[in-house]
Design a protein around this ligand. Structure first.
Ligand code: ADP
Length: 494
């Protein structure tokens, strides 16, 4: 086992990995940028090395600086977290060349899944069902029109090098295709430096269902749990749950075995996720993420497996602690991504000082966060404040616990999407489990968010006036009941 690990990431995921290290008795090295010199993760680590100015390109993405920090501190391995360098083969190779273990898959496995086109080709060959469409890039508009006609509208254009839902275009008819292709190419060129676009059938009312897998260096590969991530805005996940409401033991075994088959086809080692689109009883491979994912805690809650620890142990050459038969699902877990953003104003990011912070607790609640009271959220990175996870004996109890935790959560000073999550938890269709990736639009959730925010605000106001509260109390009370009005006015009114 390693003695010292460097964590090449920031925020909640850096802390998540350091917690695993601490439990395993491994020392930790943080790397931090100018903007993160007061961040919790840099304080939490045993050692912290400054790696550059605030923009990620000059710090968290600077391979040389990170390798140098590892060499200087004597770290034997690097955990990349998610995002940043986690799926960068140059980085994985740089680690290898310098005798440092990269805690993740071998670089050939990252490469195999790096391009969505290559991944589709490989998966098709391995007998894994893929979303209908093509397995090569298309740049000629006439050719694209012909292909789209063959597949049948609606179709979706996707950048081969894509991620984060960037550059994807849904096309409903022939007339829309050419401008959509030009726009997708231009977004792909500027976001990924590669304008290759390919075409898939756009599935209507699909569910996003993914499988967590673990694979060790001795060839043992298992699926851990399924997760449903259909509550999305602009193709980005906001709420995830495990298991999926449509899952049955038979379907889990079928999809899970295919996920294992996908991983084995590319010689995968480490923790990884195979994503599927599920539609009307059929499922299709979407992509594989070759890293620990944001939503990994819900799998940990329902299976009891510590994925971060397993990942570290696998990297050090140890065999898996579990076999497929050990994987049983206990209860239900839901995760809400709590972001510093304004759901009443097109979800624009809301960086700034958290003037008051109290996270929820009690039975079944887990909060993975990287913030504290008085912490200033920098504008340079993602807007994730925390991941709020609720675990219950069944889905009903998990939802009730999530609602209770959202009620307890106090975050003052920045706008948050707490109210968005409250609106979803209250929604009758969400509660019934009848969800798909269009849920937020179909249920007009953004209108509901306004109603919940107004209700919270009125509650806060009446509570405050009943107590004859002053400015500080008004702020605290309104925040305690979850109002989006987080900034008290000088006259004490909210
Ligand atoms: P990215 O890598 O950019 O996140 P993905 O391919 O993983 O893109 O897709 C993200 C989301 O986009 C999916 O979860 C789903 O909501 C939607 N999506 C992607 N492909 C399709 C498709 N063929 N049909 C319907 N929805 C899709």
């Amino acid at each position: 086992m390693f003695n010292k690990i460097l964590i090449a990431n920031r925020g909640e995921i850096a802390i998540r990995v350091m917690r695993a290290c601490r439990e395993l008795g491994i020392s930790t090295v943080a790397v931090y940028s100018e903007a993160d010199k007061n961040a919790l993760f840099a304080k939490y680590a045993d050692e912290a090395v400054f790696v550059g100015p605030s923009p990620s390109r000059q710090s968290y993405l600077k391979i040389d600086n990170i390798i140098k920090a590892a060499m200087e501190t004597g770290a034997e391995a690097i955990h990349p977290g998610y995002g940043f360098l986690s799926e960068n083969t140059h980085f994985a190779s740089a680690c290898e060349e310098n005798g440092i273990v990269f805690i993740g898959p071998p670089s050939h496995a990252i490469d195999a899944m790096g391009s969505k086109i290559t991944a589709r080709q490989t998966m098709k060959k391995a007998g894994v069902p893929i979303v209908p469409g093509i397995e090569e890039g298309v740049s000629d508009p006439d050719e694209a029109t012909e292909i789209a006609e063959n597949i049948g509208y609606p179709i979706i254009l996707k950048p081969a090098a894509g991620g984060g839902g960037i550059g994807m275009k849904i096309v409903q008819s022939r007339e829309e295709l050419q401008p959509a292709l030009a726009s997708a190419q231009s977004i792909a060129r500027s976001a990924f430096g590669d304008e290759t676009i390919y075409i898939e059938k756009y599935l209507t009312e699909p569910r996003h269902i993914e499988f967590q897998i673990l694979a060790d260096k001795s060839g043992n590969t298992i699926y851990v749990s399924d997760r449903e991530c259909s509550i999305q805005r602009r193709h980005q996940k906001l709420i995830e749950e495990s298991p999926s409401p449509v899952m049955t033991p038979e379907l889990r075994e079928r999809m899970g075995s295919i996920a294992v088959q996908a991983a084995k086809a590319i010689g995968y080692v480490s923790a990884g996720t195979v994503e599927f689109m599920y539609s009307k009883g059929d499922f299709y491979f979407l992509e594989m993420n070759t890293r620990l994912q944001v939503e990994h805690p819900i799998t940990e809650m329902v299976t009891g497996v510590d994925l971060a620890k397993e990942q570290i142990m696998i990297a050090s050459g140890e065999p898996l602690n579990y076999s497929q038969n050990d994987m049983t699902i206990r209860g239900w877990a839901i995760e809400c991504r709590i972001n510093a953003e304004d759901p009443l104003n097109d979800f624009i990011p809301s960086p700034g000082r958290i003037s008051r912070y109290r996270s929820p607790g009690g039975p079944g609640i887990r909060v993975d966060s990287g913030v504290y009271n008085g912490y200033v959220i920098p504008p340079f990175y993602d807007s994730l404040i925390s991941k709020l996870v609720a675990h219950g004996k069944d889905r009903t109890e998990a939802i009730a616990r999530m609602e209770r935790a959202l009620f307890e959560y106090i975050i003052v000073g920045v706008h948050t999407n707490l109210v968005f999550h409250k609106a979803v938890m209250r929604n009758a269709r969400f509660r019934s489990g009848d969800i798909n990736t269009n849920f937020i639009k179909e249920e007009n959730i953004l209108e509901k968010v306004k109603e919940v925010a107004k209700e919270d605000y009125e509650k806060g106001k009446s509570l405050a006036s009943a107590l004859g509260a002053d400015t500080r109390k008004v702020a605290a009370i309104s925040a305690a009941v979850g109002t989006y009005m987080t900034q008290p006015k000088a006259n004490g009114k909210v």
